[in-house]
Write a protein that binds this ligand. Structure first.
Ligand SMILES: [Zn+2]
Length: 283
């Protein structure tokens, strides 16, 4: 039996400043001060919004260090606690990924973390053996057409969904991030919160259509798109002026998320992965 189609809603749980690259190399306590408790305070209203729908939260480990209650609240509410990275910044070398995994090992073990989402959804093929050594089951760190699953040694890649306009892509190797190459190849990355910011109705319709086809879209949102940080998006003005493509990430997706919760069956990615892997080994 094929697992029933549903929406795999994921939240890359990071602070508002994760959109900017200007704070990547600060001391951790300086970023903590910048966060101003946003990441701690946003969780209750987000969990309330989800009601009985269960989602996946890919956590930035630094936030777990600052607010140890955060993963516990998510876990106790029945959601999946996954891993986004320890400190949010590009991780595209073996050394950086290794170091980041080492620093997060303690809390990941405590919450039995099995799922990985690369920061900026940009990674390298060398990621997968490292995930295997660190007890992960799956990753969701590429963009690829809805329904794609790729086995890489003992790790499964369940990519963030795209809608292919001209047939399936030839290669599914990392990196498959948001790029001109991806767009020119005819893949509409509807599952990115950039697209749900710009075209919420179109994204909703695509999700509806994919589910009818029996496919399960994997989409992502960020906390600052659901709960508005203070002085938003003004505090990011400098970054938006330099990188206008950041602007859609500051638009509110609160009512978009409500529509999804009202309209579709939703589950954490790990449940879906487990059903799919077992299905695979039976066939
Ligand atoms: Zn992120």
């Amino acid at each position: 039996m094929t697992p029933s189609p549903r929406l795999l809603l994921t939240i890359d749980y990071e602070s508002w400043y994760a959109l900017s690259r200007r704070y990547d190399n600060l001391e951790s306590d300086k970023r903590h001060a910048l966060d101003k408790s946003f990441a701690r305070d946003a969780i209750d209203p987000i969990l309330e919004k989800l009601k009985d729908s269960k989602a996946t939260f890919y956590m930035v480990g630094e936030l777990v260090e600052w607010y140890p209650d955060l993963p516990q609240k998510i876990f106790d509410a029945g959601h999946e606690v996954g891993f986004h990275c320890q400190v949010h910044r590009p991780l595209t070398t073996v050394e950086d990924i290794k170091h980041d995994l080492e620093r997060s090992a303690g809390w990941r073990r405590k919450f039995n973390v099995r799922g990985y989402r690369a920061p900026m959804i940009r990674t390298i093929e060398d990621l997968y053996p490292l995930l295997e050594q660190n007890d992960f089951t799956y990753s969701s760190s590429l963009y690829a057409p809805t329904g794609t699953k790729i086995q890489k040694n003992n790790i499964w890649e369940f990519p963030v969904s795209t809608y292919p306009l001209f047939g399936h892509p030839d290669t599914l190797l990392a990196s498959r991030h948001m790029s001109m190459e991806l767009l020119i190849g005819g893949e509409f990355p509807y599952a990115s919160s950039m697209m749900s910011g710009l075209f919420p109705r179109a994204v909703f319709k695509i999700i509806e259509r994919e589910l009818k086809k029996g496919l399960s879209p994997i989409i992502f949102l960020h906390p600052y798109e659901i709960i508005r940080p203070e002085n938003w998006p003004k505090r990011l003005a400098k970054d938006i002026a330099a990188h206008p493509l950041l602007y859609p990430f500051t638009l509110s997706k609160s009512s978009f998320m409500d529509d999804l919760i009202r309209s579709f069956p939703i589950s954490p990615v790990l449940d879906f992965v487990n059903e799919n892997i077992h299905e695979h080994s039976k066939s």
